[in-house]
Design a protein around this ligand. Structure first.
Ligand SMILES: Cc1cc2nc3c(=O)[nH]c(=O)nc-3n(C[C@H](O)[C@H](O)[C@H](O)COP(=O)(O)OP(=O)(O)OC[C@H]3O[C@@H](n4cnc5c(N)ncnc54)[C@H](O)[C@@H]3O)c2cc1C
Length: 359
């Protein structure tokens, strides 16, 4: 049997791949195990926004600047090293759809301690100029630092890059876990060991015995790809009652549903109707002149306070978790992986807001 890997990461989504990058760069030998496929979970969502002004009222998200800085540097690094374009500095426009929302958004933009240039209040006429046809009541928020990322393509780029750095990927095979002197992982093809085990399996962490008691709950989300019968006259992403973002001159991705009760993980008619109804409230002319050409669904792992969980898994030696990224996987994954690396290798504390001990 080969000598133990320094770390075996379970799950090849945003959390697992960013963690693999951090640990590989720190000089550890790393393998990534995923019984499904690379980006086989929520990270398979076709397009995601990295938007630090979140929720209905555009609240500043946790450590927004740090999260965006590290994500941007990863996107740039991977884009350069693989020569692939999988993200756009598109900005995100958030029109208010009622007076109450406009007032709360404006308050958050003014008083939420943003760094200069991160968010800007726009009047209704500004928004009409930026995006003709968009519904807007009294203005909205423009987030120039917001990003549109083709998440599976980004993960594919991380995968190719990490393979060139001798990270081993073991995908598409079921496995057994055993706690021996090291962690032992056995598939029907091979057995190998690792000193540290890191669970980054999103909602599937609930199906692993060592993380089944952590407070993750499943929230299904659906997206749809639409084709417009005319050229789209905007480049930014829009977030209001869901979001939409352009992927080429006349196609865009529309998201998303938040289903806390669901019977299956596939896209369905109900999800499509829900998204289209809300989309019609935001841009009726585009809704009337577009058709759905495909749909996608995945399941997010959310936590009671909607922040990820990072730390040592209670009751096990050398076993750690980084999961529960909810609907902010892009914002949280790159910075969360950095925090986990510093915790594992430098004994740096995990911030209380993300620590496993908070539950
Ligand atoms: C419809 C939708 C829209 C979204 N939009 C956005 C957005 O606009 N912006 C944003 O930031 N986020 C968005 N998200 C959320 C984002 O996709 C997630 O937060 C993120 O992908 C979670 O990454 P993860 O690595 O924690 O989990 P996952 O991506 O779920 O990865 C878990 C991995 O574990 C693997 N796995 C399964 N079982 C096992 C096992 N037994 N052992 C090991 N591995 C296993 C899976 O195959 C998978 O590859 C959206 C999600 C959905 C569903």
């Amino acid at each position: 049997m080969r000598k133990p890997y320094d770390a075996c990461i379970l799950g090849a989504g945003l959390a697992g791949m960013h963690t693999a990058l951090e640990l590989q760069e720190a000089g550890l030998s790393v393998c990534v195990v995923d019984p499904k496929s690379i980006a086989g979970g929520a990270s398979g969502t076709p397009v995601g926004l990295a938007n630090p002004a979140t929720g209905r009222f555009a609240n500043r998200s946790w450590e927004a600047e740090q999260c965006l800085t590290i994500l941007n540097s990863r996107l740039e690094q991977l884009s350069k090293s693989t020569g692939k374009e999988f993200y756009r500095k598109s900005g995100v426009l958030r029109p208010a759809l009622s007076i109450k929302i406009a007032n709360r958004m404006q308050e958050n933009v003014t008083h939420n301690d943003w760094l200069p240039g991160m968010v800007e209040w726009k009047s209704s006429s500004d928004i009409e100029k930026m995006h003709p046809g968009l519904t807007c009541v009294e203005g909205g928020v423009w987030i120039p630092v917001g990003l549109t990322v083709h998440i599976p393509e980004y993960i594919t780029a991380m995968h190719s890059y990490l393979e060139t750095k001798d990270v081993d990927f073991k995908t598409g095979l079921d496995y057994q876990l055993e706690e021996t002197e090291h962690w032992k992982i056995t598939t029907n093809k091979e057995s190998f060991t690792a000193t540290k085990l890191i669970v980054c399996a999103g909602i599937y962490s609930k199906s692993l015995i060592i993380t089944k008691n952590l407070p993750f709950h499943a929230v299904k989300g659906q997206t749809a790809q639409l084709r417009s019968n005319s050229t789209l006259n905007f480049d930014h992403a829009v977030s209001a009652q869901g979001y939409f973002s352009k992927i080429n001159s006349n196609e865009f991705i529309l998201g998303s549903t938040y289903e806390h009760n669901f019977e299956h993980e596939k896209p369905d008619q109900k999800g499509k109707q829900y998204m289209l109804k809300r989309f019609r409230n935001v841009q009726p002319d585009l809704a009337d002149h577009s058709e759905v050409i495909s749909q996608w669904a995945g399941v997010r792992a959310s936590t009671p306070d909607r922040k990820p969980v990072i730390g040592a898994i209670p009751g096990y030696k050398n076993a750690f978790v980084f999961a529960g990224l909810g609907s902010k996987g892009l914002l949280y994954s790159a910075y969360g992986a950095r925090i986990l690396k510093e915790y594992l290798l430098d004994n740096a504390p995990v911030p209380e807001a993300l620590s496993i001990t908070r539950f």
